[in-house]
Design a protein around this ligand. Structure first.
Ligand code: NDP
Length: 449
C-alpha cells in the first residue's frame, strides 16, 4: 500500500468512527477520497500537512430553532441549519433545501460536494449548504412566508455578501427566495448580494433559473462534440420535475434530443411523444400540481404511480437524474445500461449510489458526476454576485454564453485530469482531482486555520 492510500484509508476510518450516524456524508467521503490518491502520491506536502483532516471537518455548523405559526393558529417548530464547510476559495456558497428529509448528514454531504463543485467553476466561492426539515408542499403562501421570515431571523446573523451567500435547492425556488430576501432586508438593510437565485425584479440574474438544467446538458454537449456526435434524435430519461429537470428538458429539446420521462416523489410520466414542456411548466411552475395532472391532459402519456423511472424499460441513450440523492442503485444502473444508456449526466446531487456510479464507469458509460455536471447553477449564482456588485443586470444571451463556456471548461478539466492519471473518461476522478487541487493549494497557502 502506498503512503497516499494508507493516509486516505486512515482518514476514512477516522471519519467513519466520528460520523457513523451520517450515512450520506460517509458516502460522499467514500466516493471522493479514494479518487484523489494518485494526486496525493505526487503531492506528499498535502499528506505531511494532514490537509484531509482539515478538509473533511466543516469550518462552522449552525443549527437553530425555526418557530412559525400555521394557518390554524397552531405553533410549529422546525430545525434550521447552515453548514459553512470551506472558505479557502471565497465566501461560503451553496443552496438552502427545504424538505422533510433534511438532516445534518444530508447537508454535510451536500456542503462537502459543493466545495469541489464551486472550485471547478473557476469562480471565487467557498462551499456551504443549509436548509430545514420544513416541507413547503401543501402549505399556503402565507405559511411559507411566515416560515421564511422566521428562518431568516436567525440565518441573517450568519450570512453576508463577503461571508456566506445562500441560494435555492429542493423546495426553495423564487417564492421562497423572495420571502427570505424581504425578511433579510427588514432585519438589516437592502443588500442584493446576500442571496442568489433572486427574482429578476430585484437583481436576480437572467438565466439563473435555467442554469443548472441547461448546464447539465451543456456538459454533455461538449462530451458529444468530442465524440463527433450531436443530441439530434437521442432519447433521454429524465427524473424529477422541479427546477433542474424542467430546464434540462427544455435545453435537451432545443438541441434536438427527445426527453420521454419526468417524475416526482409520487410516480413518473412516460410520454412516448416526448415531454410537452409547456404543459409541464404550467402544471409545476404555475399551478403547483402533481404529475397526475399532466397525464390527464396528455393522451400520449402514461402515469406510473408509486414507481421509479429507473425501474422502467424504455430505450434511451441519455439519462439525466434530476430529482434527489441515491435515486439510482446498482440494479437500476444495470437496467439503464440494458436500455441502451451511454451517458449519465447528474443534474441532482449524488443521485447515483456509489455502487451505481462505479458500475457506470466500469462499463464504459460516460458518467458525468453531479459536482461537475450540475455546477451551472452555482456558476450563474456567482455571476449573479458579480452583477450585484456592479449594480448591473446582464442580458440572458450573455449569461448563457458564459454558462456554456464555464461548462466547457469544467468538462475539459474533468476529461484532461482523468487522462493525466491514465483514467480516460473517468470523470469522477477528473472532477474530484481537478476540484480538490485548487482548494488544497489555497488551504495550504493559508496555513493551519
Ligand atoms: P425542486 O424542489 O425544484 O424539484 C425536486 C424534484 O425532485 C421534484 O420533482 C421532487 O418531487 C423530486 N424529489 C425530491 N425529493 C425526492 C425524493 N425523495 N424522491 C423522489 N423524488 C424527489 O429541486 P431542484 O430541481 O432544485 O433540485 C433537484 C436536485 O438538483 C437536487 O439534488 C438538488 O440538490 C440538485 N441541484 C439543484 C440546483 C439548483 O440550482 N436548483 C443546483 C445543483 C444541484 P416532489 O415534488 O414530489 O417532491
Amino acid at each position: 500500500m502506498t503512503k497516499a492510500s494508507a493516509y486516505v484509508k486512515e482518514i476514512q476510518a477516522k471519519i467513519h468512527e466520528k460520523d457513523q450516524h451520517q450515512p450520506e456524508f460517509l458516502q460522499a467521503i467514500d466516493e471522493f477520497l479514494p479518487t484523489i490518491v494518485p494526486f496525493l502520491e505526487e503531492h506528499p506536502e498535502y499528506i505531511e500537512s494532514n490537509i484531509l483532516a482539515l478538509l473533511t471537518e466543516p469550518e462552522r455548523f449552525i443549527q437553530f430553532r425555526v418557530p412559525w405559526q400555521d394557518d390554524q393558529g397552531n405553533w410549529q417548530v422546525n430545525r434550521g441549519y447552515r453548514i459553512q464547510f470551506n472558505s479557502a476559495m471565497g465566501p461560503y456558497k451553496g443552496g438552502l433545501r427545504f424538505h422533510p428529509s433534511v438532516n445534518l448528514s444530508i447537508l454535510k454531504f451536500l456542503a462537502f460536494e459543493q466545495i469541489f463543485k464551486n472550485s471547478l467553476t473557476g469562480l471565487p466561492i467557498g462551499g456551504g449548504k443549509g436548509g430545514s426539515d420544513f416541507d413547503p408542499k401543501g402549505k399556503s403562501d402565507a405559511e411559507v412566508m411566515r416560515f421564511c421570515q422566521s428562518f431568516m431571523t436567525e440565518l441573517s446573523k450568519h450570512i453576508g455578501p463577503d461571508l456566506d451567500v445562500p441560494a435555492g435547492d429542493i423546495g426553495v425556488g423564487g417564492r421562497e427566495i423572495g420571502y427570505l430576501f424581504g425578511a433579510y432586508k427588514r432585519l438589516k438593510q437592502y443588500d442584493a448580494g446576500i442571496l442568489t437565485g433572486k427574482p429578476l425584479d430585484f437583481w436576480g440574474s437572467k438565466n439563473r433559473t435555467e442554469a443548472t438544467g441547461y448546464g447539465a446538458v451543456y456538459f454533455v454537449k461538449h462530451l458529444l462534440t468530442d465524440l463527433g456526435e450531436t443530441f439530434e434524435g437521442k432519447k433521454a430519461i429524465v427524473s424529477g420535475s422541479g427546477n433542474v429537470a424542467i430546464y434540462a428538458i427544455e435545453k435537451l429539446q432545443e438541441l434536438g434530443a427527445i426527453p420521454v420521462t419526468c417524475s416526482d416523489s409520487s410516480g413518473f410520466i412516460y410520454d412516448k411523444d416526448g415531454i410537452d414542456l409547456a404543459l409541464l411548466k404550467e402544471i409545476k411552475e404555475v399551478k403547483r400540481e402533481r404529475l397526475t395532472a399532466y397525464a390527464k391532459e396528455r393522451p400520449s402519456a402514461e402515469y406510473h404511480e408509486g414507481a421509479s423511472v429507473w425501474d422502467f424499460d424504455t430505450p434511451a441513450e441519455l439519462a439525466f437524474p434530476c430529482a434527489t440523492q441515491n435515486e439510482i442503485d446498482l440494479s437500476q444502473a444495470k437496467r439503464a445500461k440494458a436500455n441502451g444508456v451511454r451517458v449519465v449526466s447528474e443534474g441532482a446531487n449524488m443521485p447515483s449510489s456509489l455502487e451505481a456510479a462505479e458500475y457506470f464507469i466500469e462499463e464504459g458509460i460516460f458518467y458525468c458526476p453531479g459536482k461537475a455536471a450540475n455546477a451551472g447553477g452555482v456558476a450563474v449564482s456567482a455571476l449573479e454576485m458579480s452583477q450585484n456588485s456592479q449594480r448591473l443586470q446582464w442580458e440572458k444571451a450573455e449569461v448563457d454564453a458564459k454558462l456554456d463556456d464555464i461548462m466547457k471548461s469544467i468538462y475539459e478539466a474533468c476529461r484532461d485530469t482523468a487522462e493525466t492519471f491514465d483514467q480516460k473518461n473517468n470523470f469522477m476522478l477528473g472532477a474530484n482531482v481537478a476540484g480538490f487541487e485548487k482548494v488544497a493549494k489555497a488551504m495550504f497557502a493559508q496555513g493551519l486555520v
